[in-house]
Design a protein around this ligand. Structure first.
Ligand code: GTP
Ligand code: MG
Length: 565
């Protein structure tokens, strides 16, 4: 048996409980805890996830090239980034169909009785007004190989930006020293659990906040250890951009790039597959290599080649040499002459401010994949996650899927503070009333009552197979991931092999799939998940297949074959 689904969700303070401690607003947890080794996938996937036909498109938006060909029938060749940019009404969440998408649904006997997207009219409050003077929110995933310094870097940034008090830093320094782990003082601002501190590794995604000149940044500090890759998904799935942290030390960079075990590779592929196309590469621990330009250049050259192969464009990659430990090049230009003598680019905070604002789907019916559920008193619950589309406010009715029950939004919290509304892109905790809390589950979805998301367990996927040692066959048991949901899955059909460049079918009914092949397959899931075809909604149509603790394929949903009633 290839996988285990014994995932435990435990409900720690994610957003709301932190409000109880007003001095401790800097971090909270995405409390997805995985019992067994189940890794994550990387995809050479496509365009910007926020590229879902936003009607409010910021200037200077990015277009990225699709590495897999995403056309619906598995044979076309148009990058979706292009498609969506010319097809602003193409969102086809159930009830969000446009004419182009009708054909494939009905062809499959799967036509949904839906309202056209144009029938949905957002109310005024749902759209950001010109006069609103708030910073754009940027969800920034901090990813990279184990021990590369992600938490230290995050902790240092938070301290430099005043989000961690001197008192707290001293406390962490003292306690870390006592445990013989003095070098982890900054990391402990993020690694708060006893086990994380004892083991010296991050296990769950820590969430923290700071403001830059341009953004209200939500830091998602991910675990790098391979056993906790699934936990990283919960953060990566919400990311608008990423900082990939590299350990520049001799041997460590190389370990991260190891094709079998290196999380630099897996994380980069994963983050790209989630549609993130802007990446800052923080070449950390430059102090350990004497701020050597030669070492930086070597890493830059090797990583550049790899990141391009993942589908990142050169213009969307920023590489910065820095030292989290010695505070070089984080929020100001370096002071160490060894670095200063040859590096004249941006420092990290500058680079964050140079990222393109994420596009948001404000004018679509609300859609929020549930990342986490907080149990409140009297059986009430808060659903936590990032709004992928639309807006919510107190009193909004929401359909909770897959249960199909309607609840009412009682209150909302953003960054541990009560707020009166939330819009696409916001990470919020939505406390619900009028619904049995047990029906609200992580991996589920909050949506507009008139525009329910599809719920299905038989899907056609277009996948790119990553480095695998065992070929994928009909009958292969896999772990299927989509947004925050996962299910056991079985490959039931292998329809075709595709030319990765042209998208043309090169072979029908292949017997097996191996490394780097692109193929169209059908999978049957053990239980239903909330899902959409990628052409309808990118965020809900990106999938990852894992087996034996490793991501073996990344892909998109090309067809929902069997929908649940
Ligand atoms: P995981 O979350 O477990 O993957 O680790 P991480 O990437 O968060 O690394 P962490 O911040 O826990 O740091 C790991 C070790 O690297 C600690 O001993 C840090 O002190 C050390 N470290 C972090 N940044 C630097 C740096 O800039 N220079 C040097 N020399 N060491 C560093
Ligand atoms: Mg860490």
């Amino acid at each position: 048996m290839l996988l285990s689904l014994s995932t435990t969700f435990y409900f720690q303070p994610y957003y709301s409980l932190l409000a109880a401690n007003s001095t401790d607003l800097k971090s909270s947890r995405v409390s997805l805890s995985i019992n067994e080794n189940i890794g994550v996938v990387g995809i050479k996937s496509s365009a910007d996830r926020a590229d879902i036909s936003s009607s409010l498109m910021p200037k200077g938006r990015h277009h990225s090239e699709d590495v897999i060909n995403y056309s619906k029938n598995g044979t076309g060749n148009m990058p979706l980034s292009d498609k969506s940019s010319v097809r602003p009404a193409a969102l086809t969440i159930k009830g969000r169909h446009d004419a182009i998408d009708e054909s494939s649904s009905s062809k499959n006997g799967n036509a949904r009785v839906t309202c056209s997207n144009t029938e949905y009219k957002p109310e005024n409050w749902m759209l950001p007004g010109q006069a609103e003077d708030t910073l754009n929110q940027l969800n920034l995933a901090i990813v990279g190989h184990v021990d590369s310094g992600k938490s230290t870097l995050s902790g240092r940034l938070l301290h430099l930006l005043g989000r961690i008090s001197q008192k707290e830093l001293h406390k962490n320094e003292k306690e870390a020293k006592l445990q013989g782990k003095g070098s982890f003082a900054y990391a402990w601002a993020l690694d708060e659990s006893t086990e994380e501190r004892e083991r010296g590794i991050t296990m769950t995604v820590a969430v923290a906040y700071f403001d830059s000149k341009k953004y209200h940044v939500v830091v998602l500090d991910s675990p790098g250890h391979k056993d906790f890759v699934p936990n990283m998904i919960s953060g990566a799935a919400q990311a608008d951009a990423a900082v990939l942290v590299i350990d520049a030390s001799v041997g460590s960079f190389e370990a991260g790039m190891d094709s079998a075990k290196g999380q630099t590779r897996e994380h980069a592929q994963l983050i790209r597959s989630f549609g993130v196309d802007q990446i800052i590469v923080a070449i950390n621990k430059m102090d350990a290599v004497d701020y050597s330009k030669e070492r930086f250049d070597l890493i830059k050259q090797q990583l550049g080649t790899f990141l391009r192969s993942c589908g990142f464009r050169d213009s969307s990659i920023i590489l910065i040499p820095l030292s989290a430990m010695e505070n070089q090049n984080l929020v100001a230009s370096p002071s160490d002459v060894r670095l200063l003598s040859w590096y004249h680019g941006p420092y990290l905070l500058d680079a964050i401010d140079s990222l393109q604002p994420p596009m948001r789907d404000f004018s679509k019916p609300v859609l929020m994949p549930i990342c986490d559920v907080l149990k409140l008193s009297l059986g009430q619950v808060s659903a936590c996650g990032k709004l992928e589309a639309g807006a919510l406010r107190s009193g909004s009715k929401v359909l909770v899927m897959p249960s199909g029950n309607v609840g009412i939004v009682r209150s909302l919290e953003r960054d541990s503070h009560a707020c009166s509304f939330a819009r696409a892109g916001d990470n919020v905790a939505v406390s619900l009333q009028g619904i049995d809390g047990s029906l609200v589950t992580a991996g589920g979805m909050l949506c507009h009552p008139d525009f329910p998301v599809a719920v299905a367990k038989h899907l056609e996927l277009k996948v790119l197979v990553l480095d695998v040692t065992t070929p994928i066959l009909i009958g292969s048991q896999l772990e299927f991931h989509v947004h925050h949901a996962k299910e056991a899955a079985r490959v039931v059909r292998m329809l075709s092999l595709l030319d990765p460049k042209t998208g043309k079918v090169t072979k029908k009914a292949p017997r097996c799939l191996t490394t780097k092949q692109t193929a169209v397959v059908e999978v049957a899931l053990r239980g239903p998940v909330c899902v959409e075809e990628f052409s309808s909604c990118k965020a809900l149509g990106r999938v990852f297949l894992r087996a034996l603790g490793r991501t073996i394929a990344v892909g998109i949903v090309t067809r929902i074959i069997e929908e649940q009633d």
